[in-house]
Design a protein around this ligand. Structure first.
Ligand code: UDP
Ligand code: MG
Length: 316
């Protein structure tokens, strides 16, 4: 059985690139159909993320011209992650696999064939990973690499150099639908769902037209969101800092007492140093403990699934 593929493409103010890349997506899909990789009823879904330009008019035009193109439009701009999720949830019940990809032509569309092959080899999730960033500017490259390192150091597990170009099977999407959080960071959430996954590598190109919606500020925002929506490690760091401070304070107190004994201090200095050191560390440790509870509340509030079953010997 050939799987039915839906390609999910978020679009925000992309009137310059959409007319160029839409035919490329169609060509690629037809190529995969000719090769017998995906079924004839596969489709391309554009998700208009509240664009302020003519993006939606272009999408409706494409849908009229060719039944393979379909579109949905969000009531307002909600950001890339929400647009991708909206698209994935829209199609999860009518397809076997989805591939999400940006509409700016930066990600090599021919890698889709390898992704589908990996799916046919038994993988439910296939991450598109950039093999190099030669075409990115030095600045974009270093900041992007820093972004992945920071995320991993802070306890948010993400696949290095993988953005949101990936194949996800309908089976995994059904489980992803149970992740009810509103702060979305799909790169970190998809690995949490589990199931067999692999990666395919591709070269990343330059944007065909228009401009990036992810300048440094937004990228930092995304990193911050990624960390704070996936990990409670920053809260733990407060407790660690508290204990480190306690240690330093201990040394500080001894030093203050010794200075006092050897008579190098003015009256009152020792007691002030003593009180400052003591309360500083007590406060940080207390904050750390409170943080630990807040972290627990935070994870509970997310209401994520406690288990996900991937296989059964019996039929359901
Ligand atoms: N995008 C979106 N909503 C937004 C910002 C971006 O749907 O609020 C889409 C955009 O149209 C593109 C993809 O997300 O298809 C990635 O954006 P962009 O190419 O600007 O990011 P970069 O590749 O520079 O990181
Ligand atoms: Mg881009």
């Amino acid at each position: 059985m050939k799987p039915t593929l839906y390609i999910v493409i978020p679009c925000y103010n992309e009137q310059e690139v959409l007319p160029i890349t839409a035919p490329q997506f169609l060509e690629q899909l037809q190529r995969m159909q000719e090769k017998g990789l995906v079924s004839a009823d596969s489709k391309i879904l554009f998700v208009n993320d509240g664009s302020r330009d003519n993006t939606w008019e272009i999408i409706t035009g494409l849908a009229k011209e060719n039944g393979t193109f379909i579109g949905i439009s969000q009531s307002r701009n909600r950001g890339h992650q929400n647009a991708v999720l909206a698209g994935l949830m829209e199609v999860k019940d009518r397809c076997d696999i989805t591939i999400s990809i940006d509409c700016d032509g930066q990600d090599d569309i021919s890698a889709m064939e390898r992704m589908v092959e990996e799916y046919r080899n038994g993988h439910e999730v296939v991450y598109g990973v950039r093999s190099s960033r030669k075409t990115d500017t030095f600045f974009k490259r270093t900041t992007a690499q820093g972004f992945y390192k920071l995320l991993n150091a802070m306890g948010a597990e993400v696949v290095y150099n993988h953005a949101d170009y990936r194949l996800i099977s309908a089976k995994v999407l059904q489980e992803l639908a149970n992740f009810k959080e509103v702060n979305l960071f799909l790169r970190g959430m998809v690995p949490l769902v589990g199931f067999s996954s692999t990666a395919v590598y591709y070269e990343r190109n330059e944007r065909i037209a228009g401009k990036s919606h992810y300048p440094l500020g937004k990228m930092l925002g995304l990193a911050f969101d990624g960390i704070t929506s996936l990990s409670v490690k920053p809260l733990r760091l407060i407790a660690a800092l508290g204990f480190a401070m306690a240690l330093i304070s201990f040394v500080g107190v001894i030093w203050a007492v010794l200075s006092k004994i050897f008579g190098q201090t003015v009256a009152g200095w020792t007691s002030i140093v003593f009180v400052v050191c003591l309360f500083c560390s007590i406060q940080l440790i207390c904050l750390g403990i409170i943080g630990e509870y807040i972290g627990k509340i935070y994870m509970e509030v997310k209401g994520r699934p406690r288990y996900i079953i991937s296989e059964r010997t019996e039929d359901e």
